[in-house]
Ligand binder design. Structure first.
Ligand SMILES: *[C@@H]1O[C@H](CO)[C@@H](O)[C@H](O)[C@H]1NC(C)=O
Ligand SMILES: *[C@@H]1O[C@H](CO)[C@@H](O)[C@H](O)[C@H]1NC(C)=O
Ligand SMILES: *[C@@H]1O[C@H](CO)[C@@H](O)[C@H](O)[C@H]1NC(C)=O
Ligand SMILES: *[C@@H]1O[C@H](CO)[C@@H](O)[C@H](O)[C@H]1NC(C)=O
Ligand SMILES: *[C@@H]1O[C@H](CO)[C@@H](O)[C@H](O)[C@H]1NC(C)=O
Ligand SMILES: *[C@@H]1O[C@H](CO)[C@@H](O)[C@H](O)[C@H]1NC(C)=O
Ligand SMILES: *[C@@H]1O[C@H](CO)[C@@H](O)[C@H](O)[C@H]1NC(C)=O
Ligand SMILES: *[C@@H]1O[C@H](CO)[C@@H](O)[C@H](O)[C@H]1NC(C)=O
Length: 386
């Protein structure tokens, strides 16, 4: 339906713009009108209006409150202590969006979009030939209900609950969310007290959980589970080659995020590793820290490193064991083979030197079976005798 309406609007814009291009003046006409809305106090509301005409029409916004003594007043960008913002474009046709932030119940009333391209439209004494055209929307601002959220944890379970006082309209259901993930949806549950159970330890389930009531408008509360950082090392032990760069990483999946990360080397006591000193580089963000050590040295860098993260709830830490191997370490197997070959060659050489007199007799066979035993030699001699 909405797509169809948009399509119709687009066709209309093209028709009107086409007729304007053809030459003739065209009085202003709306192609999009603001829609009535319901909102809670402290929310914001956005109304949108578009008009066509030749010349391109001017758009104004006017407000009339619900009090009987109120008269309508024009709204401008920055009105109402800067709570009103108006974004307008005048490019082929006119568009205007009014945004009212931090609503109060006094903002309830009629909002009017007015458009005109009459040259005399803002003239004080001349009455314009064509009046402003108008399009209205009602905004109803309802007192935000109080939603209290809390949690209890016991026996390997965490139970979150929300309780809403004075629902603005009947509750048609609710859902629980964590970030943009929906955890649970319950339609046709009209309770104002709702709960959600998580299996596991509270430390593993920190975060800001949202409880969302299907009222009109929807009302949201939250349950915030805050724990000290549950720091884990990306790898409990790291290996590096002498002269290479060593990298150690710690993470905290917890809420709230870590404010400060510090790295310690266990044999350097309580003085933390300072970023940029020596061969150390530390990179930290809210949930991850990385310690890089340039040009690893076996004597100086081998050992245990602690990463400590601290948030509002306290500290947490993990340990990474760094092992630095000699550059030669990677060569050991190769060197072993080389040594073995050398030993063999030496043995063969010595053996051959000792056997020199026999060589004249049966040179080829001796070379191939250089380790042949005396016993075999006897057989050969026997065969020769035969
Ligand atoms: C309208 O009346 C209310 C009291 O009913 C008063 O507070 C307000 O100032 C009045 N507004 C105008 C524009 O006279
Ligand atoms: C209105 O314009 C401002 C900048 O001029 C922009 O930051 C803001 O996002 C716009 N708002 C809307 C609803 O388009
Ligand atoms: C919203 O309005 C209330 C009073 O109406 C005020 O106390 C509060 O500071 C405002 N909040 C913002 C973000 O402007
Ligand atoms: C929910 O809040 C209301 C008051 O707003 C209170 O009377 C009621 O006992 C609360 N329900 C629970 C289960 O805490
Ligand atoms: C959670 O709710 C409190 C008030 O109930 C609000 O101040 C806070 O901004 C909310 N936090 C989030 C992340 O929505
Ligand atoms: C860590 O924070 C980044 C953004 O700051 C986010 O994209 C990522 O998902 C977070 N990781 C965890 C495990 O919370
Ligand atoms: C450490 O210093 C480097 C540059 O020397 C910088 O990019 C990085 O953000 C610093 N890290 C911290 C945790 O301050
Ligand atoms: C860092 O963590 C280690 C290991 O848990 C702890 O012994 C040390 O006291 C912590 N240091 C700081 C400054 O928090």
């Amino acid at each position: 339906m909405a797509a169809g309406a948009d399509g119709a609007c687009a066709v209309m814009v093209l028709l009107v713009i086409g007729s304007m291009a053809a030459g003739g003046d065209a009085t202003a006409g709306f192609i999009k009108s603001p829609l009535s809305q319901r909102r809670l106090t402290q929310d914001s509301v956005e109304l949108h209006c578009e008009a066509v005409g030749n010349p391109i029409p001017e758009i104004q916004w006017w407000f009339e409150g619900n009090e009987p003594n109120e008269t309508s007043a024009q709204l401008w960008d920055g009105a109402w202590q800067d709570r009103v913002q108006i974004n307008a474009t005048y490019n082929l046709h006119s568009t205007s969006t009014i945004i009212i932030a931090n609503l109060t119940s006094e903002d309830s009333g009629t909002y009017e979009c007015r458009a005109s391209n009459d040259p005399d439209r803002n003239h004080l004494s001349k009455s314009p030939k064509v009046k402003w055209i108008r399009s209205q929307a009602n905004v109803l601002v309802i007192e935000r209900p109080v939603i209290t959220g809390q949690y209890i944890s016991s026996a390997g379970k965490v139970i979150l609950s929300c309780n809403m006082s004075a629902p603005p309209t009947p509750i048609k259901g609710h859902k629980w969310m964590l970030g943009d993930k929906t955890l649970k949806t319950e339609e046709s549950n009209s309770n104002s007290y709702i709960s959600y159970t998580i299996e596991g330890k509270v430390e593993d389930h920190s975060g800001v959980y949202e409880c969302i009531y299907e009222t009109n408008p929807v009302a949201k509360g939250n349950v915030s589970i805050e724990v000290p950082p549950q720091v884990v090392a990306y790898k409990k032990s790291e290996h590096g080659n002498e002269g290479d760069t060593g990298v150690m990483i710690c993470k905290s999946p917890s809420y709230p995020p870590v404010d400060t990360w510090t790295w310690f080397k266990s044999d350097q006591g309580v003085s933390p590793i300072v970023n940029g000193t020596g061969r150390y580089i530390i990179k930290s963000s809210g949930n991850k820290t990385e310690l890089r050590i340039l040009k690893l040295s076996i004597e100086q860098d081998t050992g245990d490193y602690h990463c400590n993260g601290t948030n509002l709830k306290g500290p947490g830490s993990a340990t990474v064991n760094l092992r630095v191997r000699s550059r030669l370490a990677a060569l050991w197997p190769f060197l072993g083979i080389v040594a073995e070959v050398l030993v063999l060659v030496t043995i063969i050489f010595i053996y051959e030197k000792r056997r020199k007199p026999d060589e004249v007799l049966d040179g080829k066979r001796r070379l191939r079976k250089s380790n042949a035993t005396n016993h075999k030699d006897k057989n050969v001699r026997q065969r020769n005798a035969n």
